[in-house]
Design a protein. Sequence first.
Length: 138
Amino acid sequence: MRGEYEHDQDGVSHRSDLRGPSRCSRKDTSEKRETASAASEAVTFVNRVWKVVESTGMTPGQLVVFLSDSTLVFASPHEEPALGTWGYVGESLTMTEDGIPYTVEILELNAKELRIRSYNPGAPVETRFVRADTEGAS
């Protein structure tokens, strides 16, 4: 059963049906659409190709991909490609290379850049990546 709609002076729609009045404004509807759009474009490091631009332990120019199936891919023009895994252990991000797990902190993540600190044996390694498909990656 459909109710009838009336608009008041503020542009708010009023609907009456068996459940009583329901109010929905055009502003609320557009805000919900904007929120849904932003959520669908959430920033993620997963399934993106990242290029090392600065690091205390990785080679600049090296490419890294965190695939959604937990595969970690390393590629470089100077080395053989390598595979590892990544995932969360509790609330901590962990990267595993050559069977050795490393805890990783995400220091910064935005649409174009990822900065991490990995706790490898010895001193922690800080790495700054840019998206390989952006102008700053060259």
